[in-house]
Design a protein around this ligand. Structure first.
Ligand code: ZN
Length: 252
């Protein structure tokens, strides 16, 4: 059994064939899915998917879509979190330092969601691009009760260790399938068995050889293969560790 710990199956790019995407995943053993909300407009689709037995979900305001968010979204987010007790986290939220012009507003939104996670004792699903050091510093100061996931981790062994020492789980995705990702490969080899989950980040983060194509959860088996090879471990034992870690992370 494989658990895709982060996949945006609510996105429009799956509207035409969403059921087939689920079926193809189940056919190769990817049988559970964590769907994080990214914008207020999409939350209702996330909540609809959350009705499925094979899906768990969270709601949040993603920094990539900063221009879509308005301040009242935060109040609505707090309401929805209070109303839907089966949500397993807060996010996707975080910092994307590629978009320098909006960083101040990104931090304000991220901070508010971190406080919400603290208040509800829910794990945070953190998007962190070119901001590992600053985000780690803030997470350390806040000492959130339920910690969370550093999604699509792409850093060094040192950065991995810092997040692990703070109690956070690292999300490994399609980036590990690229031969050139030597630093990330070293990090993957350094993570203890209880420190990582596997995630597709569908429809994003295409695997090596599939650049420019839509990603989907069925391809998680190739990420699993690469992680197992890098770690010198059996495929089944890596799959088992990742699934157990995902369940522990989200309190399942
Ligand atoms: Zn994502």
């Amino acid at each position: 059994m494989l658990f895709d710990a982060h996949c945006h199956l609510d996105f429009d790019s799956f509207d035409a064939d969403r059921e087939a995407v689920f079926e193809r995943a189940h056919a190769v053993g990817v049988s559970r899915f964590m769907v994080p909300g990214a914008t207020r407009r999409r939350w209702k689709n996330v909540l609809a998917l959350n009705e499925r037995d094979d899906v768990v979900a969270s709601l949040g305001l993603h920094p990539y879509f900063i221009d879509e968010h308005v301040d009242s979204d935060l109040e609505l987010l707090a309401e929805e979190i209070g109303r839907h007790r089966d949500l397993v986290g807060i996010g996707e939220c975080g910092i994307d330092a590629r978009f320098e012009a909006t960083l101040e507003r990104q931090w304000a939104l991220f901070e508010a969601q971190l406080q919400l996670a603290k208040q509800h004792r829910l794990p945070v699903i953190v998007h962190c691009v070119h901001a590992d050091d600053q985000v780690a510093k803030r997470l350390k100061q806040l000492d959130l009760p339920a910690r969370g996931l550093i999604h699509a981790f792409g850093g060094s062994p040192q950065q991995a260790k810092r997040f692990l020492d703070l109690g956070y789980m690292l999300g490994l995705g399609g980036a590990v399938t690229y031969d050139r990702a030597k630093r990330l490969h070293r990090a993957v080899q350094s993570i203890p068995d209880d420190g990582f989950v596997l995630e597709s980040d569908s429809p994003d983060m295409p695997l090596s050889g599939r650049q420019g194509q839509r990603n989907e959860p069925a391809y998680l088996v190739h990420t699993l293969d690469r992680v197992a090879a890098l770690r010198g471990q059996a495929r089944d034992s890596v799959a088992a560790s990742a699934s157990i870690n995902t369940q522990r992370l989200f309190g399942l």
